[in-house]
Design a protein around this ligand. Sequence first.
Ligand code: SF4
Ligand code: SF4
Length: 221
Amino acid sequence: MKLPYDVSPLHVKYPQGAEKQLIKAIANREVPGGGLPMDVGCMVHNVGTAAAIYDAVAFKKPLVERVVTVTGNGIREAKNLLVRIGTPYSDLFAYCGGLKESAGKIIMGGPMMGLAQFSIEAPVIKGTSGLVVLDEKQSKQRRERACISCARCIDVCPMGLMPKLLGAYVKHNMIDEAENYNVLDCIECGSCAFVCPAHINLVHLIRYGKSQAIKRHKKAS
Ligand code: SF4
Ligand code: SF4
């Protein structure tokens, strides 16, 4: 049977796993700004979700465990583990040989989009796809400098946004202007902040701008 889309392996590039990028790469369809995959006839589930749906439907098994990747320079042995939800991170680290002396920051999720964690006693939740343990050197906060208008952030943005402008608008609490420049379309991939030579935390600003815009919408409705 010939499928109406390309099923050959995708190029390794970041961010390829985001649903809008996957839909473009596989089906060559573009989800409109502010839209959803269903607007272009698509639905995207990751493998873990698909397996959990199968377990629930076929075996009436609720979501009680998930696969968690434990990795990074600060962990002794990187592993993929099948873990009960609610297990504290400290148990996972112990199973992976423990943290190295040089361990710095712990990130829940991937290195680009994950969230820093404050305690190794935090539990695995259904969204804990991975734990990345950075070493001290990688965890150092770099000093932010003034924007030099190099446009690198614009070049790398997979959503065609202007991160420099969005960050500046949010900094000055100009949320309406940020929304006019599609702040809500940001997928928080982190690419803009990663390439910024001035070390401006663009994702942090944009994430805050999105939360403010959503708050305003909720208040108005
Ligand atoms: S990458 Fe950084 S310095 Fe360059 S334009 Fe964007 S915000 Fe400014
Ligand atoms: S995080 Fe930056 S690069 Fe990624 S989608 Fe948002 S604005 Fe674009």
